[in-house]
Design a protein around this ligand. Structure first.
Ligand code: FNR
Length: 364
């Protein structure tokens, strides 16, 4: 296997020392179908792999002799106080990761001082997830062909006042070709009906409105006062349009390689923003996701101007241990972030972060 993956035989949480260990345990324990649904990506999975490999080829530029006794990682995002600049990326169907699904994510995020983003196609009702959400969450929207259903979903989710931002996902106007998912028919009657093929993802997402366009963001603005975050920006010029339209934030994301295969990693789009439209970084919250597995990956994104980083699959894999798994995953990430900060000469991540701590020569 990979050099960073311990050979964890009996799956005890104490043996899990990095996020890759959660992945290995999930692969051994999940059904073939659930593993395909979660780990899978589009076509040749080139973007899924590039998300990880590009982060690895960006180097840190440590500064020495700086008294790094302390390491502060706290931040504020859309009015929410967070212990770390990370959030659980919205992921539909979290029961594929473990029976407690989104409920464990909500509980684990809260007890770890981070925040989760509730997706549109959840395994539990939005109400049920919000009920176990003590303080705050974000809400991800796939715009429904029947627009009133989306309006209803937003009204329903926001009436508790716990939702602090709406993430509208725009990188999946049609569901991509997820071949691992497509090859494995679900068990039981659902499998027999599955003659059209396309797998779980295509069936679960056929409600998404592929006509949704920039102008339609005005409709969204008219039905909610919450911050609007456009998730799935993949080039600098679209970031500029989002800014000009008055969006409160964007997520530089390729959907974990599950939308357009060979789309660029979010971190590469972040570098494109630096070059072409640096003003965007001061005008909106710029979030990024895709392939973030190490604390140092997160430090790199924050140094390049991101306000926070979304982490997806590792939290799905951690659901093998329910909310405790989520907590353990966050502890690992926190320790790795603090260590990377101090090794680089930073004591307060959001204050000290600067592109000067990052060397991109290998990818320039
Ligand atoms: C996702 N993602 C996603 N995004 C979204 O906006 N709405 C959704 O319902 C889902 N569902 C979903 C399910 C599963 C199983 C995965 C793995 C991903 C994409 C997700 O929010 C995020 O962009 C990526 O997962 C980030 O990449 P990593 O961290 O998984 O590499």
């Amino acid at each position: 296997g990979e050099p960073h993956t311990a050979a964890v035989e009996e799956s005890s949480l104490g043996d899990v020392i990095n996020l890759f260990d959660f992945e290995a345990i999930a692969q051994r324990n999940l059904s073939e179908k659930s593993w395909a649904v979660i780990s899978g990506a589009s076509n040749d999975s080139i973007t899924r792999e590039a998300n990880l490999s590009l982060l690895r080829s960006i180097m840190l530029r440590p500064k020495v002799l700086r008294n790094v006794r302390t390491a502060r990682t706290k931040t504020r995002l859309f009015g929410c106080d967070l212990d770390l600049p990370i959030y659980i990326a919205p992921m539909g169907g979290a029961k594929h990761g473990g029976p407690e699904g989104e409920l464990a994510m909500a509980r684990g995020a809260a007890s770890s001082g981070i925040i989760h983003c509730i997706s549109t196609p959840t395994s539990f009702l939005h109400e049920e997830i919000l009920e176990v959400t003590p303080k705050h969450a974000f809400f991800q929207l796939y715009v429904d062909k029947e627009r009133h259903k989306s309006q209803q979903a937003i009204q329903n989710a926001t009436k508790t006042k716990k939702i602090k931002a709406i993430f509208v996902t725009v990188d999946l106007p049609v569901v991509s070709k997820r071949e691992a998912d497509e090859r494995i028919k679900p068990e039981g009657p659902a499998g027999q009906k599955d003659r059209k093929g396309g797998g779980f993802a295509r069936q679960a997402s056929s409600f998404i409105d592929s006509t949704f366009s920039w102008e339609d963001l005005r409709w969204l603005r008219s039905i909610t006062d919450l911050p609007i975050v456009v998730k799935g920006i993949q080039c600098a010029s679209d970031a500029v349009i989002a800014m000009q339209m008055g969006c409160d934030g964007i997520v530089l994301s390729n959907h974990g390689g599950r939308a357009a295969d060979t789309a660029p990693p979010g971190i590469l789009t972040l570098l494109e923003l630096h070059k072409n439209c640096p003003e965007v970084l001061g005008k909106m919250e710029v979030l990024v996701d895709g392939g973030f597995r190490r604390g140092s990956d997160i430090v790199k994104a924050i140094c390049l101007g991101a306000s926070a980083v979304g982490i997806g699959r590792p939290f799905m894999y951690a659901l093998h241990y329910g909310a405790e798994g989520i907590e353990h995953a966050v502890e690992i990430i926190k320790d790795e972030i603090e260590t990377a900060m101090r090794l680089c000469g930073m004591t307060d991540l959001m204050r000290d972060a600067h592109p000067d701590y990052v060397n991109t020569a290998a990818i320039d």
